[in-house]
Design a protein around this ligand. Structure first.
Ligand code: GCB
Length: 637
């Protein structure tokens, strides 16, 4: 192995950066700036100094939405967002008063905070007073971690934004309306289900409403870093810049290539953007092009790659003008070769488990570091190196924890079951949520798979719709793999995977419930698989319900023994599928679902967890743990 003095590397990097301006100018010809201003993404928002607006917010339940709409259903000019007090204006009665209203905690779903709201679906108003001292020459964003499903925001009575989609973060520009001293923010959040929504009317999880994730104010300089992408590139030739041979570093095996792009809002052509990884003593500099992006390339020595065994994260500092952001990023590659999944160039078997964002012990929407660490801690204890974060983007705390703990992640958008696939408006909604998911989460080394959909009907409109999403995801992020959880067909005892959507995927996911929704656990022993794609396969769901503490024979439904029996037979069957590269059984912990009314057993919980919502491990947990720890399931790596 050759050892090259750091000096030469630095010079190589500097030369490369100098070349960038010229290359950048050429690239300009093909880059067109879009007409409408793009929404502000704020990648790494949780890494920026912020004023938290978490805590108690006054709340008014408004099932007919009369706080926003008049008796002829027109948007009011004097809705609840004005935050008047009862008796404030004697020419017209004010029939609400936030200062007298009960509070709801933010972040939090309303369903588990107040008994009367348990099944509530509809609009709820939130109000919070706050003090603020804006600095000059800054922009201020109200950053909302998630509001399920539609939301409207006003600051000091002025509308600042509307948003649709319950599982992604967004930013409302409040610069023009916030002032020094006392301010107030009002939000209306509506979780009514509609056929045209993503997800649509039918799901198998609780429709938790509210400001379910953290809310804060983020202040940035007028010119600020909106998005950035920093990743390891094992194919430096794709950089399309002079080869390293030009710098006399041929054959230098320890050299690693880190490619970055940075999108700056408010910047000018030629502004400098710097990316630095202090621990690796590496810096790269480039200039901003007319589309507001700079591409920065670092050549680094001595990189320790991120992996489940060694989840090494580096501090990465990005600077332009007055703005600086420091993130914690790990570097790894992921790709497929035939039916293999390669992590850092080596075949890997994904020993996984599916997880809903359901809070352990207290139930409700998970949204704290503690929730994330408990859930992912159980996954680690079970021997997992992989988690499927179903069925929507999980929050930043979960992804940060996965980065730290070394768990590979399948991240999923909420294209679940039967959306209106032939409705272009629905596609736009799904695209928007995908953009937000990828835009905000693109630097998590843990995420290796973007999942486009779960169990969708196999028809032309569906295939078109999801192919469009898959193409978009590849454009937004060519560094990760695209998957979806497909349904399988059966012909006697043969399971057939031939859904035409498979063509658009890098990795095929399939869900099956042998032993629960079909036949008996033992049927798995005689089941064969025909997979019509030469691609890696992940069995993204299997399992069955068991109430923790309920016991009986192997064939008594709802008992721990029955669930354990399903797992035993499934593992045997899965080991007979040559192209199986991973699994994420359904699922880690019981979760609330209104589809599960069986009294005394389900009580509105889907009981397919290997752990109960109160943390009680069921027998199947230990069966999977043994198989994962002893590596008796899956191919040796
Ligand atoms: C599925 C769905 C999942 C459900 C699960 C079940 O196939 O993908 O969302 O919760 O089955 O328990 O029925």
């Amino acid at each position: 192995m050759l050892h090259l003095p750091a000096r030469i590397i630095a010079r190589a990097t500097a030369l490369r950066s100098a070349n960038l301006a010229i290359i950048g100018a050429l690239v300009l010809a093909v880059c067109t700036a879009s007409a409408a201003p793009a929404p502000i993404v704020l990648t790494g928002a949780d890494r920026r100094p912020a004023t938290s607006l978490n805590g108690d917010w006054a709340s008014i339940i408004d099932p007919y939405f009369s706080g926003l709409f008049s008796f002829h259903h027109q948007e009011k000019a004097n809705g609840f967002f004005l935050n008047r007090k009862a008796g404030h204006d004697d020419s017209f009665p004010t029939e609400y008063d936030f200062s007298k209203a009960p509070t709801l905690k933010v972040p939090g779903d309303w369903n588990t905070q107040r008994e009367s709201l348990f099944f509530y679906e509809g609009p709820v108003w939130y109000e919070r007073d706050f003090n603020y001292q804006p600095k000059e020459h800054t922009r201020i964003f109200l950053h909302v971690g998630a509001a399920n499903y539609r939301s409207w925001f006003w600051v000091n009575g002025q509308k600042v934004c509307e948003h649709e989609g319950g599982f992604t973060s967004f930013n409302c520009d409040v610069t023009a309306v916030i002032h020094a001293g006392a301010n107030f923010v009002v939000a209306a959040v509506d979780n009514t289900r509609h056929e045209e929504n993503v997800p649509t009317l039918q799901t198998d999880w609780w429709n938790y409403g509210g400001l379910t994730r953290a809310v804060s104010l983020i202040e940035v300089p007028e010119t600020f870093i909106d998005q950035y992408d920093v990743h390891l590139n094992d194919r430096p030739e794709s950089r399309n810049i002079p080869d390293r041979a030009d710098f006399g570093v041929v054959g230098f095996e320890e050299l690693a290539y880190i490619d970055c792009w940075v999108h700056v809002v408010g910047g000018h052509f030629g502004d400098k953007v710097q990316v630095e990884i202090p621990e690796l003593k590496s810096k790269g500099l480039a200039v901003l092009l007319k589309d507001g992006r700079a591409r920065v390339f670092l050549d680094v020595l001595g990189l320790r790659r991120w992996s489940p065994e060694n989840p090494k994260l580096y501090k990465v500092r990005i600077t332009t003008g007055q703005d600086v952001i420091e993130d914690q990023i790990g570097f790894r590659t992921v790709e497929t070769r035939g039916t293999q999944i390669l992590l850092n160039g080596k075949p890997i078997f994904l020993r996984g488990i599916s997880i809903h964002a359901e809070a352990p012990y207290r139930t409700g929407r998970a949204n704290t570091d503690n929730d994330a660490e408990t859930l992912l801690g159980w996954a680690k204890e079970m021997g997992c190196n992989f988690v499927r974060l179903a069925h929507y983007p999980h929050d930043e705390t979960m992804l940060r924890a996965a980065d730290r703990m070394g768990l590979l992640v399948w991240s999923e958008n909420p294209v679940y079951w039967a959306l209106q696939f032939d409705n272009p408006k629905v596609l736009t909604k799904a695209e928007q949520q995908l953009d937000e998911e990828i835009g905000t989460s693109r630097n998590h080394p843990a995420i290796i798979l973007w999942s486009m959909a779960n169990e969708t009907p196999n028809n032309e409109a569906r295939t078109q719709f999801i192919q469009t999403l898959a193409a978009r995801a590849r454009r937004l992020d060519p560094t990760r793999l695209i998957t979806a959880a497909l349904l399988v067909r059966a012909d006697g005892h043969t399971k057939i995977v031939d859904d035409s959507l498979g063509k658009a995927l890098d990795v095929i996911g399939v869900n099956e419930y042998i032993g629960w929704y079909e036949q008996h656990p033992e049927t798995a022993d005689v089941t064969e698989w025909r997979i019509d794609f030469e691609k890696p396969l992940i069995v993204s769901e299997f399992g069955g319900d068991a109430k923790a503490g309920m016991h009986g024979g192997d064939n008594d439904r709802w008992t721990e023994e029955y669930q354990a029996n399903i797992f035993r037979h499934q593992l045997g069957m899965l080991n007979r599928i040559p192209q199986l590269r991973g699994m994420s059984p359904w699922l880690l912990m019981d979760f609330r679902s209104p589809n599960r009314p069986l009294v005394g057993i389900q009580d509105e919980f889907n009981r397919k967890g290997l752990i109960s919502d109160q943390g009680q491990k069921k027998q199947a947990f230990f069966i999977l743990q043994k198989a994962y720890k002893e590596k008796t399931v899956g191919k040796p790596e």
